[in-house]
Design a protein around this ligand. Structure first.
Ligand code: ZN
Length: 261
């Protein structure tokens, strides 16, 4: 069965900025979904901020293998309840790919537990991405390096936890460097952050960028069933302990009582 992928787009700049609308007339999310759908192993649909529940109701997330996230101007408009829902889906096994300015999205900061800040400059610089993990599945089919003629600069230090793997490092014309492809595990879910994708440049039309995102969807796909009740914290009664035990000493909670959160 094909990997069920949802491309979530904030869909704000496309509606308000003529440059962005010109590059992505159907929206950035649709451009990315089209690139994913060129692979028979992936079935991609889209969801946007403006839809009810931001297009991510519980039932849809339950049938989503990998979620791709692009946001920028409206991070603050994403409801906390939906952010928590997505986090729980990741912890229970859903893959998540966070793109570009999604470094400041609520969901990425929630999962990283860090500021996720960086330095930046919007000057149409050339970006050169170097593959730093040659046999990584996300780098399959790529040259040792590739260029994007115009991109926004993101520079170190990038305020994220140390990743499992660094798949790409970027160099920019102005001299800065950036860890532009990072993998994480959060609960049972695989998370990949990929840097390129400033909305005023045609980055998501680039063949190498599209290949990275397709590879990342396949890498993040988890064939195992979702972990159930991933946030539950049961108070296990004495009687069902695996070895017989006798209760002793004082205690705070009654048998079977819920703990504090
Ligand atoms: Zn940007």
């Amino acid at each position: 069965m094909a990997i069920r992928t949802v491309v979530w787009g904030e869909n704000v700049h496309e509606q308000k900025n003529k440059v962005v609308a010109g590059i992505y007339p159907k929206g950035m999310h649709t451009c990315i979904a089209d690139a994913l759908n060129s692979d028979p192993g992936i079935t991609a649909t889209t969801a946007t901020l403006q839809e009810p529940e931001h297009g991510l109701p519980v039932a849809r997330l339950a049938e989503t293998d990998v979620l791709v996230w692009w946001g920028h101007a409206a991070h603050g408009d994403v409801k906390d309840q939906i952010v928590e829902r997505v986090a729980e889906a990741v912890w229970s096994g859903m893959g998540l790919i966070v793109l570009h300015s999604g470094h400041f999205s609520k969901i990425f900061k929630r999962l990283m537990g860090a500021p996720c800040n960086l330095t930046w400059r919007e000057a149409g610089e050339r970006e050169r991405l170097w593959v730093t993990s040659r046999h990584h599945p996300i780098a399959q089919g790529l040259p040792e390096h590739f260029e994007l003629e115009q991109e926004e600069m993101y520079g170190e230090p990038f305020g994220v936890p140390d990743p499992m793997e660094t798949v790409f490092v970027s160099w920019f014309q102005g001299g800065e460097v950036f860890r532009s492809g990072l993998t994480y595990k959060r609960g049972a879910g695989s998370v990949f952050y990929f840097r390129p994708g400033h909305e005023t440049y045609p980055t998501y039309h680039d063949a190498n960028v599209q290949l990275v995102i397709r590879n990342a969807v396949k890498w993040a796909y988890n064939a195992s069933p979702r972990v159930q009740n991933v946030t539950s914290a049961p108070n296990v009664p004495v009687e069902v302990a695996l070895e017989p035990i006798v209760e002793r000493g004082p205690r705070l909670h009654h048998a079977g009582e819920e703990g504090f959160r």
